[in-house]
Design a protein around this ligand. Structure first.
Ligand code: ADP
Ligand code: MG
Length: 348
């Protein structure tokens, strides 16, 4: 759909492995004082000066996690970084460094990797993190990208998934479901394009949804907000697989139950109208869509006044004794059990 047939194509073989690494990484500047040594040695050296270290990694495979027919490489680079940082923030930590490993087939010219790295660089700059290493290799088919993120956190600040207590409030940042519907719109346009490549779709009604799919953000700002409000969540997780699946993780790891109010789930007006058009229930999408990269957390009731009325945060329910189970209280005031679906199954 977005493929440009006229673009320049420099074969990777022209640069060789070291030439390529040099070329791709020459713009990275060290910004963090904790980075002692970045790219260029056998290993990076980091000094967190007594703070705890957070490490997380993700592997993205072409055709499984992304589709380059509608995902521009620059966005892919950006998103690959952001999804990792989101996991660091979900520990209530500060993200500080990443490493980037790629495997590429000869189908990709240098210019394609430059695009990918432009996205990585943009994310590194916006989130103020250092790219301190990686690995570069060839693949027989397609593109693989693996990013590892490092972060730091004071021992007393770290937030796990397993400390939610009965009566705690369940809170979510931002709004949910938009990234999934953005993907549905892109998939639909891809099918239309296959039939009629000359068709120029007007996607303006879906700008927000598509942006949420192609250019998600990690909620670094929410971590700063919680610090400022002096709220330490009792448990926290980022929403990558969908609200219901993440709620189930929080509840099972904390050994609690919960009540989730359907009417409280934050959804954007663009999601409602697009769900009507696609004839899908917007609550189902918000519950199971995934890739929102919002933060889901629990707070003790004492902290309620501190977050009350904050436009970035929505209280969507509360935790219960484990024996009460996990329930969605619907608009019609019926109680239905929360079941995991996850966005992958959702597609089947
Ligand atoms: P080694 O042989 O020790 O694995 P490399 O030649 O693969 O070293 O890498 C040289 C330096 O470049 C190292 O600091 C490594 O971390 C970094 N590097 C390699 N590939 C990438 C990449 N795709 N992105 C960022 N840094 C990279
Ligand atoms: Mg190497």
């Amino acid at each position: 759909m977005i493929e440009d047939k006229d673009q320049q194509r420099t074969p990777l073989s022209e640069l060789g492995e070291f030439g390529l690494i040099d070329h791709l990484t020459k713009n990275f500047k060290i910004k963090q004082t904790t980075t002692i040594r970045g790219i260029g040695d056998d290993a990076a050296v980091i000094d967190f000066k007594g703070k705890q270290t957070v490490v997380t990694t993700d592997l993205l495979v072409e055709g499984v996690h992304f589709d380059l027919s509608y995902m521009p490489l620059k966005h892919l680079g950006y998103k690959a970084v952001v999804v990792n940082l989101s996991d660091v923030y979900a520990m209530n930590a500060t993200a500080t460094q990443i490493t980037v490993s790629i495997a590429v087939s000869s189908r990709f010219p240098l210019e394609a990797l430059e695009e990918l790295y432009a996205g990585i660089e943009k994310a590194a700059s916006i989130y103020n993190i250092d790219v301190v290493g990686g690995d570069t290799t060839s693949s027989t088919k397609g593109l693989l990208i693996s990013i590892t993120a490092l972060g730091e956190v004071n021992k007393e600040k770290v937030v796990y998934r397993n400390q939610a207590k009965p009566k705690d409030l369940l809170v979510v940042s931002g709004d949910l479901g938009a990234a999934f519907m953005g993907l549905q719109v892109l998939e639909r346009e891809k099918e239309v394009f296959k039939v009629n490549p000359k068709n120029q779709p007007d996607l303006s009604a879906y700008t927000y949804l598509i942006e949420r799919q192609l250019k998600p953000e990690a909620r670094k700002d929410i971590i700063a907000l919680l610090e400022q409000l002096e709220v330490k969540p009792t448990a926290m997780i980022d929403i990558s697989d969908g609200l219901s699946s993440e709620i189930i993780h929080l509840c099972s790891q904390s050994d609690v139950g919960c009540v989730l109010y359907e009417t409280k789930i934050p959804i954007d007006p663009a999601l409602i109208s697009t769900c009507e058009e696609f004839d899908i229930d917007s609550t189902t999408v918000a519950l199971n869509g995934g890739e929102d990269y919002e933060l889901l957390f629990t707070i003790s009731q004492e902290d309620f006044p501190k977050i009350k009325g904050n436009p970035n945060l929505t209280i969507i329910g509360y935790m219960e004794e484990a024996a009460e189970g996990l329930h969605l209280l619907t608009r019609a005031e019926t109680k239905i059990p929360i079941k995991a679906q996850g966005w992958k199954n959702f597609n089947d």
